[in-house]
Design a protein around this ligand. Structure first.
Ligand code: SAM
Length: 357
């Protein structure tokens, strides 16, 4: 009897070594290419007060009827489901997130529900000023501001509004509140390359990372064409001719797909997001929810999984929606091939404002 007990204990010990107990392990979500998925981006509205030439088509004024948008309650429910699946980073984007009423209530509710969530927002910065205190209160981890030019006239030409000064004021106020800021700039030949000195001045002056994003052929009727495309390699070459740039070798889990560079004498850094020329599909950890509640597992794939009706159906449980998300992940593509095809036709279905960039 004693022996039997002894043997059983040894077996249990052995079993524990082979299969270590999973103690309060964080749930994890992976796709059929074994990529771990931990980052969810919500486009909270497709409306925007700017009309950036790389994002919206000329004469494009399509906006979704309000009842097509996910309500904040639906977004929070989806965030709950996502958290249970292992999502630990959420970004609100758009359109312009602050163009939707009470966007900061959503941020505060997300923070209240998930104190440890890595919570971020991408904004054009023009409507943030009244919400600065709430951003601080929501302990936002970073605000990404889109600033495609530090020249007032060029900024106005790209965005359709002469609001650079307001955005720069907001940038300074965010920093003075101790909120981390990153700057996103879409790289465009004849615009970005000739204005690189002003971006370098910005990181000399402010402790912010400027990330140049290769122009992607999304939407129809945008400025996209091969001749305006400025590759990551061209950008690095030009930057190197202007300053002493050093590639950051160690990848920080926070840097996302950007290759970061330090620059001599600067408080901030340069990042290059080479979505087209050196794609980063192998390490893609993202899911996107469009403003009308469709799940997109890949920015470059037009296939979407509708979630809105499920969220609105009182008979559908969270577990059912989680299963739909897991199923969609089984077909999350490696987008690089799709992107090549899109580049060939220079048009991809779906606009950045409803997908969220
Ligand atoms: N309104 C906010 C803003 O201006 O940042 C958020 C929405 S915007 C669609 C989100 C991000 O998508 C921005 O950082 C923008 O630079 C990026 N983006 C939009 N269109 C793009 C394109 N065609 N290629 C590369 N990046 C793009």
């Amino acid at each position: 009897m004693l022996r039997k007990k002894f043997v059983t204990n040894i077996d249990k010990k052995r079993e524990k070594t082979i299969f270590p107990p999973v103690m309060n392990a964080q749930p994890s979500l992976s796709d059929s290419h074994s990529r771990m998925v931990s980052y969810l981006r919500f486009s909270v509205t497709d409306r925007c007060n700017l009309h950036c030439l790389y994002c919206r088509g000329l004469n494009e004024e399509h906006v979704l009827p309000h009842d097509h948008l996910l309500t904040y309650e639906e977004i929070l429910r989806l965030a709950d489901i996502a958290w249970d699946l292992g999502i630990r980073k959420v970004r609100l984007t758009g359109g312009e997130p602050f163009a939707r009423r009470d966007c900061t209530h959503l941020l505060l509710s997300l923070r209240e529900r998930f104190p440890d969530l890595n919570l971020r927002v991408t904004s054009n910065g023009t409507l943030i000023r009244p919400h600065l205190k709430s951003l601080k209160e929501a302990r936002i981890n970073a605000v990404n501001l889109s600033i495609d030019s530090f020249d007032r006239a060029t900024f106005a030409r790209i965005t359709g509004r002469d609001l650079l000064c307001e955005v720069l004021d907001v940038l300074e106020e965010l920093l003075s509140l101790g909120i981390r800021v990153k700057i996103n700039a879409v790289a465009m030949k004849g615009i970005t390359d000739v204005q690189l000195p002003s971006f370098l001045k910005a990181i000399e002056r402010w402790p912010v990372d400027v990330r140049f994003i290769e122009f992607m052929p999304m939407g129809s009727g945008t400025l996209w064409q091969e001749t305006i495309f400025l590759s990551a390699d061209e950008l690095v070459q030009k930057l190197q001719s202007l300053s002493s740039l050093e590639a950051v070798r160690e990848r920080h889990k926070d840097q996302g797909p950007a290759q970061m560079y330090t620059v001599d004498g600067c408080k901030g850094r340069i990042g290059i997001i080479s979505a087209l020329s050196h794609h980063f599909c192998d390490s893609c950890n993202r899911l996107r929810i469009t403003s009308d509640g469709n799940l997109r597992t890949c920015l470059f794939a037009d296939a979407m999984t509708p979630l809105r009706d499920l969220l609105r159906d009182p008979d559908v449980r969270n577990e059912d929606i989680a299963a739909v998300i897991r199923n969609a992940l089984a077909t999350k593509p490696v987008g690089a091939e799709l992107l090549k095809a899109k580049r060939a036709i220079a048009v991809a279905q779906g606009h950045m404002d409803s997908i969220g960039g």
